[in-house]
Structures are given as structure tokens and as C-alpha cells.
Design a protein around this ligand. Structure first.
Ligand SMILES: [Zn+2]
Ligand SMILES: [Zn+2]
Ligand SMILES: [Zn+2]
Ligand SMILES: [Zn+2]
Length: 167
């Protein structure tokens, strides 16, 4: 059992990084107003660095990032499950809510890196389609994200048919 909670959260670049538009910390004694503004946009973080709220770095997995001591993008979370379309499955772009078969599993399994893909001699088993950790699910084409993976946001068309059904 893995009790760790993997959640996404926003990460920001550090103060003084290229992405921070504010420049160095003003001197509080000579420029108290500038300092107020500066400190207002720069806050502490769990990593003990001051971060710039105007320099978002994107969504990160908070737990993986903490483990690694650096930002791990949410897409790269080792624990989070990803839903990728089964090979060759491309929804018809014209259809708004079309069922799509997706493979759901961790990146390690989807990228054919988990132990099951390798035989006792350490060689990759060539004709194994997917390991047993991966399950097939039905997603809806509207859940497709820009990166080609499927989110688990509820599909508006499906929730309608569930609540509206009498069965
Ligand atoms: Zn800044
Ligand atoms: Zn994670
Ligand atoms: Zn849908
Ligand atoms: Zn696996």
C-alpha cells in the first residue's frame, strides 16, 4: 500500500530567476513602498525558497517534487495514473462525445518500463501488449487533453445520461 498522496499544485519560479519580472529585493529603509510591492508578490514555499507569484512554472506533483527536491511536472508523476488512448485509437474530430478506449496506468507501465515487460533474462518481451497493472477503460472524446491523454473530468453528456436514466 502506498499511503502517499499525490496531488497537483502550482509551482512558481524562484525570486531572482529569469522568469521573475521584479528584480532584486528593494532596500526596505530607502524604498519601503517598492519593498511592500515586492514582498507582496514573493512568498515563501515549502522548499524554503522565496517564490515569485507572477512567474508560474506550471502544475507539479507536490509529493514527487518534495521527494526529488525539485519540480516534477504533474504529467511526470510516478504514482499518478494516466489514461492514454489505446494504440491506433483516434476519436473522430467531428463527434463531440465519442467513446474512446483508453489504457489506464502509471507512466512506468504505460512506457513499458515495469518489471512485467521483461523476462527473467532481462530482455524485453516483444509481443506483450500491456502489463497486468494496466486496465482498459472507456473514456469520452471530450476528455481528451492537449497532450493526448485523457482526464477524468466528468463528461457532461455521460453524467446526463446517468442521472436521466431510469434503469
Ligand atoms: Zn518576482
Ligand atoms: Zn507524484
Ligand atoms: Zn463527453
Ligand atoms: Zn506494469
Amino acid at each position: 500500500m502506498n499511503a502517499e498522496q499525490h496531488e497537483s499544485g502550482s509551482w512558481y519560479w524562484e525570486v531572482g530567476s529569469e522568469q521573475c519580472p521584479h528584480g532584486p529585493e528593494p532596500d526596505y529603509d530607502t524604498q519601503p513602498e517598492a519593498w511592500d510591492i515586492w514582498i507582496d508578490r514573493h512568498t515563501g514555499s515549502p522548499q524554503d525558497v522565496r517564490i515569485c507569484l507572477d512567474a508560474p512554472a506550471g502544475e507539479a506533483c507536490l509529493q514527487c517534487s518534495e521527494d526529488d527536491g525539485e519540480m516534477v511536472p504533474w504529467e511526470s508523476c510516478r504514482i499518478r495514473e494516466h489514461a492514454r488512448p489505446k494504440q491506433g485509437v483516434v476519436p473522430n474530430p467531428g463527434a463531440e462525445h465519442q467513446p474512446v478506449t483508453v489504457l489506464v496506468g502509471t507512466l512506468e507501465c504505460l512506457d513499458r518500463e515495469c518489471d512485467e515487460y521483461f523476462g527473467d533474462d532481462g530482455d524485453e518481451i516483444p509481443d506483450m501488449e500491456s502489463c497486468s497493472h494496466i486496465r482498459e477503460e472507456q473514456a469520452c472524446s471530450c476528455q481528451r487533453q492537449d497532450d493526448g491523454e485523457y482526464s477524468n473530468d466528468p463528461c457532461p453528456a455521460r453524467s446526463l445520461s446517468v442521472t436521466g436514466g431510469t434503469a
